[in-house]
Design a protein around this ligand. Structure first.
Ligand SMILES: [Zn+2]
Ligand SMILES: [Zn+2]
Length: 130
């Protein structure tokens, strides 16, 4: 079993990284989409290749701008979001049992809250991947 795992607030849905695959991407996103779904001033995302993510439990989904976002069907916790253009699935890092520290800030141009300087690179949008 994987050690990298998260559960929703009610425990009905779990998401895990298959074979404890390493996190491929970690960023703090300031975009309007992330703020909309989390209700928070920014979203800390940990991403894995989409084929390395296993979901257990019943989820509901909705299309938001261009991505499909999945939440627990019972408690509504936002659980995961595949990003087709990058081939990775974003998970809410703050709910993971072992989150990977952020590597960068992205979509800083959309920020509503200015985090203090933390030494991480800051990008107006998404930097080129790979
Ligand atoms: Zn739930
Ligand atoms: Zn975002």
């Amino acid at each position: 079993m994987s050690e990298t795992k998260l559960s929703c607030a009610c425990g009905q849905v779990t998401v895990e990284a298959i074979d404890n695959a390493p996190c491929a991407f970690s960023a703090i996103c300031h975009c309007a989409d992330c703020r909309s779904i989390t209700g928070a001033p920014f979203f800390w995302a940990n991403g894995w290749p989409s084929d390395q993510i296993k979901v257990t439990g019943e989820t509901i989904s909705h299309v938001h701008i261009q991505n499909i976002r999945h939440s627990c069907a019972k408690c509504g916790s936002f659980m995961f979001e595949p990003v087709p253009g990058f081939g990775i699935t974003m998970l809410p890092a703050a709910r993971l049992n072992n989150p990977t520290p952020p590597m960068m800030h992205v979509f800083v141009k959309s920020k509503v809250y200015q985090l203090p300087e933390d030494g991480l690179p800051r990008f107006d949008e998404m930097p080129p991947m790979g």
